[in-house]
Design a protein around this ligand. Sequence first.
Ligand SMILES: Nc1ncnc2c1ncn2[C@@H]1O[C@H](COP(=O)(O)OP(=O)(O)OP(=O)(O)O)[C@@H](O)[C@H]1O
Ligand SMILES: [Mg+2]
Length: 385
Amino acid sequence: MRILIYTGKGGVGKTSIAAATGIKLAGKGIKTLVVSTDLAHSLSDSLGVDLNYQPTTILKNLDGMELNPQHQLENHWAQIYQYLVDLLKMMGIKDIFAEELTMFPGVEELFSLLEIHEQFKKKGYDVLIMDFPPTASAIRLLSFFDIIGWYMEKFFKIKKKSIKFLRTFSNSFMELPLPEEDVFTAIEEIYQKMEEVKGILTNPEITSVRLVLNPEEMVINESQRAYTYLSLYGFKVDCIIVNKLFLPEANSDFYNRILARQRSNLTRIEKIFSSQRVFTLPLICEELKGLDNLKPVSRLLYQQEDPLDSFFGGIPLAVEKEGDGYHYRVYLPFLQRDKFRLHQKGGILIVTIGDYKQKLHLPQLLSNKSIKKAQYRDSYLHLSF
Ligand SMILES: Nc1ncnc2c1ncn2[C@@H]1O[C@H](COP(=O)(O)OP(=O)(O)OP(=O)(O)O)[C@@H](O)[C@H]1O
Ligand SMILES: [Mg+2]
């Protein structure tokens, strides 16, 4: 199974491109599911088909669905849901609805990732197209593994032992209800699944992340930052899609100036992302909505190419022998020296870029060696051990 993730700044055309890609692949006889993580039903609007939390057929070989964290919480994680409701009741908060529970930070992200896991395990489709939220939320979503990992390791694993011990006294002993064994089991199951999703999403043979942008300076800047952070978390961006290009030649000064600005920004995009394949899509005059409009767009965008190909062959991370020591390199495009910090703690390398932090596990053979030299060149961070 292939997983194609489309992200980019708000409004650049992620949903339209995800829908057009689905149409293109379905036309080639590939069983495709387009999934939207957006509660605003924009995928339904784009395709002109009512979608919900279950896969709905749009065309032959093309199904679509819109995630609904509330539905997922109530139906798949009943034990956790009930425990949270009981817990909040004990704290004096009555009549809590799943709707409110899913507003807890991270819950939406968690359920989006669990859905990817479920679809991947079911193997019902050849390709899963994810219409992701705008870059900032997408990065939060993709860095979620670290947060949940932290909770699990620091809290649940230790607590489980002591709570087993406490329960042997009495439940009424405590002011708060103790989670039953099945709640722990359910949470452990989620954790297990998160570990698996992380493996799936960071496997470049399965997953490709695609950055959609418009030829506008602010959009380019945000995409450049997103590209760095995505690489930091180990996700492989395999192409850039420049949408809403002005194509028609016009003689008025107004159009000529917009055209000139777009051309120079497109050149800039091609230069900045020179190691990446860049696809372009013109601005079309009709509202890009419905299958009739999306079909020609899907042909224009990929031309003779296959959207399932992985367009970028760079290596995310490599370790090689170098003299008496080792050379370790990790792909981190557009790294700014002043926003970057590096710490080593035994077998763990902590890389901080701006507000984002990532723990990279060093291979066993480097865990008791320390960094002798660090250098940044050709989009790679090079470390000598
Ligand atoms: N090439 C294009 N030509 C004309 N209109 C377009 C094109 N691409 C997208 N649009 C229109 O731009 C608007 C935003 O597109 P879309 O919803 O696909 O963006 P998005 O990145 O998913 O937005 P959001 O961040 O809100 O999810 C829509 O009205 C869509 O029809
Ligand atoms: Mg959208």
